[in-house]
Design a protein around this ligand. Structure first.
Ligand SMILES: Cc1cc2nc3c(=O)[nH]c(=O)nc-3n(C[C@H](O)[C@H](O)[C@H](O)COP(=O)(O)OP(=O)(O)OC[C@H]3O[C@@H](n4cnc5c(N)ncnc54)[C@H](O)[C@@H]3O)c2cc1C
Length: 806
């Protein structure tokens, strides 16, 4: 065993083996994998081995498609048979709602790059003769699906890595991790110590325990999962071909051929978390759990109804094994904040669809400093302290039980809520708010009419929120509205080196004291890392604000660039609440409440000042995310409720009305304001999305400067545009294709209804070759039909910005 190496990968399941292979593939060969037993000795050995590329997140879908292509690659390199069955797969719809959802998904596959086809029940029956299609409406076929041998694929990855110089130590258990002062590691194993630069937690079922060795909480929960293997089925014996992977979405089950019988897996409603506190070290290799037939009986019966010949074939074997779930079902990948050179690559629920994709992203991150594209959906830093053990269990259970649930864009799942609540939560409840969680915090989405249930009907079309949101928008446009945006992240950055530090981390020019600027942050590749707002409070003190769900993601980035600098970075999101008012009458209201002058001269647009509001000491920022005159009040949380009451009371005579995030999004869309994770993300560069106007290309140095200069002068394939869609009863949501005549011209990033302008609006990236084309030949796929659309050259509402500057 080596005593020194560059990377120790802990765990030899499908994920650890894929990480080892990708580190070597990308050029690091001085790497080792340590496995406490044999390769595949965790969840991997008893998996059904099914894989697919379909995923609602385009970048995850891209990585999954890549991962599938790796199996053949490593089979060739290693000579190890991976047992690949590329059968294709069919998702079945048995309800009209599901059929609509499937057709919507099919349209979006054009954007994601999946070549899928809609099938009739007859076509499904031809491909899968054992199915009863009597209530099936249709299906969605993707050729890039199938199943793989878990043993063969894991060994092929590990062998290929060994051929490139990696080493694999079996029957070697990592017992402790010691972080040294130079940020390297001592990996303590039962066979001796290994010194290394980086450790990667690929410990699957034991990821929590390996996390604890480095003081890292890993929000995963193992869940029990069953599949059955049947005896031979005559129709299969006689079938000329192999059954595709079948997913009956409404029946919440999957099926594939296994020799002349089938494997049927079920996601039962009364799920069972396994080993909730810790995973026993003895478990593994050949262990399985006792089947819980009573719990899966209903689900199996549904399977037998859908595939009637299963009932006669008899159950040859029942497998019940555990595998890990995160609160949202996506993996936990990337560097972990506060623990330098410790990398997470666990919580991979679908290791055979995702193993090589997450391994590629992680290896790029370790070797190049950033993964390609936006991988936030699986970034370990998307969770914060709120993802406690109980939260993880409740959310993991919820995700498992709703694995194939029909998901609408306005769905908010109920488990583990309320978790965090803002200081004005009870006031919002009294106003009949409908809430949605953001980074664990209950946030007002919209306000239901008094006397009605504050519940939104999940729908792809305009829901019962449509009219109330319209009223909220009109209240802001015509008078004044109040919103609790305490979810906004607030970072205080100060100290003797603060100016130099900020100047380097942000690509924009720094504001003068008392002023505010938009602050894009770039990756070294020149792609976007953040879209923050920078307020300068003193010569050496800044308040930076941004999206609340990115707190851990931003803090890690801030801290990574602060090494050796005299700069203090404090996340003040929870100790400061944010209450904002917006609308033409907001100045009138602010002048009644604030201790200082708030007229346009004393407090112009994009300025910031400390003032009292009633009894509360506040930082007031003259900002606008609605396109109207507006003020944001940053107030110590202990004062927030009193401040909110005070503003409401003073605003009574002005017709003040609370509004929520949905109205905020609609008002912002009318101004063509983009948002993070939609229009802005690491997928895009400043010149693609119009952020180049905020970049100070003349600055001597900032992260990503060289790439930014190249980006400024480059020809881009896509540019961000605003669209108006002639749509009725539904609005675009995201990742719908944009067509020019019959040519694919780009994709929507977000869309909603603009209540002031009375139009369905969207933002999206369109191929630049189409930008000069005649404007009346575009269309956008909304739900299940193409609707005519036009590109609008300027914002739908107040394009000159005179209202917010007034
Ligand atoms: C019944 C069932 C069916 C499934 N079907 C599918 C499917 O069809 N498709 C699909 O994609 N996924 C499926 N899965 C899920 C799949 O099994 C997992 O996603 C995958 O195996 C996770 O792999 P992993 O490498 O992350 O973890 P694991 O397989 O758990 O591997 C972790 C490894 O780390 C080792 N280890 C842990 N701690 C230490 C330590 N301290 N020192 C050294 N070594 C250590 C363990 O021994 C183990 O070998 C299924 C799971 C089950 C239970």
């Amino acid at each position: 065993m080596k005593e020194h190496t560059r990377v120790v990968v802990i765990g030899g399941g499908i994920v650890g083996a894929a990480v080892l292979y990708h580190l070597t593939k990308l050029g690091w060969s001085d790497v080792v994998l340590v496995e406490r037993k044999q390769l595949t000795a965790g969840s991997t050995w008893h998996a059904a081995g099914g894989f697919h590329a379909m995923n609602s997140d385009p970048n995850v879908a891209r990585l999954q498609a890549y991962g599938i292509s790796v199996y053949k690659e490593v089979e060739e390199i290693s000579g190890q048979d991976v047992g690949m069955h590329l059968t294709g797969g069919i998702n079945i719809a048995a309800t009209p709602e599901r059929w609509e959802a499937i057709r919507y998904e099919h349209a979006r596959h054009k954007v994601i790059g999946i070549d899928s086809h809609l099938l009739s029940p007859e076509e499904i029956k031809k491909l899968c003769p054992i199915i009863d299609t009597s209530n099936v409406i249709g299906g969605l076929f993707d050729g890039n699906e199938g199943n793989i041998d878990p043993y063969g694929s894991t060994h092929a990855l590990a062998k290929s890595a060994r051929k490139a110089g990696a080493e694999v130590y079996l029957n070697t258990k990592v017992e402790d991790l010691v972080h040294k002062s130079d940020h390297t590691w001592t990996v303590v194993t039962d066979k001796g110590n290994i010194q290394c630069e980086h450790v990667v937690n690929c410990a699957g079922l034991w990821a929590r325990e390996v996390g604890q060795m480095a003081g890292v909480h890993v929000p995963i929960i193992p869940m029990e999962h069953h599949y059955i293997l049947t005896g031979d089925i005559d129709e299969i014996k006689e079938f000329d071909g192999e059954l595709p992977m079948m997913i009956d979405l409404d029946g919440e089950m999957y099926l594939r051929q296994e020799q002349n019988g089938v494997l049927l897996g079920v996601y039962e409603k009364n799920s069972t978390p396994w080993s909730v506190d810790s995973t026993p070290w003895e478990y593994g290799e050949t262990d399985l759990l006792e089947p819980r037939l009573d719990d899966i009986e209903d689900a199996l019966m549904q399977g037998f109804e859908r595939f009637p010949s299963l009932a006669d074939a008899g159950i040859r074997r029942i497998v019940n094994g555990p595998f890990t779930f995160t609160p949202d079902g996506n993996p936990l990948v990337g560097p972990v904040r506060r623990v330098q050179n410790y990398w997470s690559c666990c919580g991979v629920m679908a290791g055979f669809s995702q193993g090589s994709g997450v391994a590629l992203a992680l290896s790029q991150w370790m070797i190049d400093g950033e993964p390609e594209g936006d991988v936030f959906a699986m970034d370990v830093n998307r969770f914060g302290a709120y993802a406690t053990r109980k939260y993880t269990i409740e959310k993991g259970k919820e995700f498992y039980e709703n694995r194939f649930k029909l998901l609408c864009p306005n769905d908010e799942w109920p488990a583990a809520r309320p978790n965090k609540v803002s200081a004005v939560h009870d006031r919002l409840q009294q106003a009949n708010a409908v809430f949605g969680p953001s980074y664990g915090l209950e946030t007002p989405l919209w306000f239901a009419p008094q006397g009605s249930e504050p519940i939104e009907t999940p729908s792809f079309r305009r829901s019962n929120a449509h009219e109330p949101v319209g009223e909220e928008c009109r209240a802001v446009r015509d008078g004044v509205g109040i919103i609790d945006v305490s979810s906004i992240a607030k970072y205080e950055i100060s100290g003797p080196d603060a100016v130099g530090y900020m100047d380097y981390v942000f690509a924009s020019r720094l504001p003068d004291i008392g002023r505010i600027r938009m602050g894009p942050m770039l990756l070294p590749s020149g792609h976007l890392k953040g879209d923050l707002t920078v307020m300068r409070l003193a010569d050496d003190k800044f308040m930076v604000t941004g999206s609340g769900y990115l707190q851990e993601f931003h803090m890690l980035w801030f801290e990574q660039h602060a090494a050796g600098k005299s700069v203090r970075i404090v996340n003040r999101t929870e100790d400061l609440s944010t209450i904002a008012i917006a609308g033409p009458r907001s100045r009138e209201l602010m002048s009644l409440a604030a201790s200082g002058d708030v007229d346009n001269k004393s407090m112009p647009f994009m300025s910031v000042n400390h003032m009292d509001v009633g009894l509360a000491p506040c930082l007031i920022a003259r900002l606008s995310f609605t396109g109207e005159l507006g003020y944001e009040m940053y107030v110590p949380t202990a004062y927030a409720r009193m401040l909110y009451d005070n503003i409401l009371e003073l605003g009574n005579g002005l017709g003040i009305k609370p509004f929520g995030i949905r109205a905020l999004v609609s008002l912002g869309m009318e101004k063509s304001f983009g948002i993070w994770s939609r229009e802005y993300s690491p997928d895009y560069t400043p010149a693609m999305c119009g952020f180049d106007r905020f970049v100070d290309y003349g600055k001597a140095d900032f992260v990503g400067r060289e790439a930014a200069l190249a980006d400024r002068d480059a020809q881009h394939e896509h540019k961000l545009v605003a669209l108006e869609i002639d749509s009725h009863g539904a609005d675009a949501w995201g990742y719908e294709p944009i067509w020019h005549k019959d040519e694919y011209a780009g994709f929507v990033t977000s869309g909603t209804y603009g209540h002031t302008v009375g139009k369905s609006l969207a933002l999206g990236y369109v191929k630049t070759q189409f930008l000069g084309s005649s404007n009346n030949e575009f269309s956008v796929h909304v739900v299940d039909e193409r609707r005519p659309a036009v590109i609008i050259p300027q914002a739908a509402y107040d394009p000159s910005g005179s209202k917010m500057r007034s």
